[in-house]
Design a binder for this molecule. Sequence first.
Ligand code: BYC
Length: 333
Amino acid sequence: MYTQAMDTAPQEARKPVRSAEEARLEERFEARIDEGGFVEAKDWMPEHYRKTLVRQISQHAHSEIVGMLPEGNWVTRAPTLKRKAILLAKIQDEGGHGLYLYAAAETLGVSRDEMLEALHSGRAKYSSIFNYPTLTWADVGVIGWLVDGAAIMNQVPLCRCSYAPYARAMIRICREESFHQRQGYDALLVMMQKGTDAQRAMVQDAVNRWWWPSLMMFGPHDSDSVHSAQSMRWGIKRISNDDLRQKFVDATVEQAKVLGVTLPDPDIRWNEERQHYDFGRIDWDEFWRVVGGEGPCNRERMAARVKAWEEGAWVREAALAYARKREAAREAA
Ligand code: BYC
């Protein structure tokens, strides 16, 4: 710890003492990570670790919030009251996930306003997947099955993330995500097994459009991933982008068979030697175009977010005024 005694030391003498202290703290931090221990908000952590977490958690929170938009598009057109109630509950869950995650990021010293400003000004990223349109009702089912399925694959290992407030938020989020995945799969199963030919064709068309973007959710290949090595070293990420993608393909191919849909990749085949499914090449040019803001719906999504933020200004002001009034009343009492 930086003590008063150190403050009184001459400037040149002070610096090495401080860095020795920092080195000791860093050593302790690394040892805790190596033992598989957790880091709490009040614990010392290297600045780069803190910044990496703020980047990942805030991007994750933004993804949850922007992820409400493509599905929100179908609330008024859900085919039955039951499906509408399920969809509403799912979208509300996503909003809740965003809030847990913003709260986890706030423990690292960044404010929610700063994070939202970064999103609205286009500086912060959110998942590429939410820049694709939801053209039919089948898209809602496919988002549940593939997009939430990919999200769970990525998020279950985050329940063991070395940063404890993020890990704790992820435990609750994963429970809800698995319900999201199941409801999507169930909606598709009903259409495939009890629906008309037109409904089955609609499901197949949605699968064709969402398959490749879902594989892109896991991020670039490990060899091109700038953050993976350090994040895995620190126990922020527990499984690499490519390994998670492979786990997702292996699970999904089997689910597609039960569903009776074809995955739009002629190269998918079981590899006996690897004990995994091989699959085709991802279009990384498309991925980077979407991440760079040039996807089919990037502008529409951001415009909708900014509009909601601006139109909600009066709610935030009213809530703050109420909180201040209560505080003043408490102080006066
Ligand atoms: N989209 O070095 P890399 C959900 C960026 S699910 C956009 O591998 P990292 C939901 C990456 O940020 C989706 N950008 O990075 C589901 C980096 O750029 P910066 C959200 C992407 O962090 C259903 C650069 O590419 N889930 O919320 O080690 C309904 C190089 O990548 C993407 C999470 O966020 C992408 N797909 O690994 C509703 C999970 N992939 O930051 C909601 C937590 C990569 O240097 N996040 N980039 O400018 C993670 O696990 C990791 O951050 C990632 C990327 C696997 C996404």
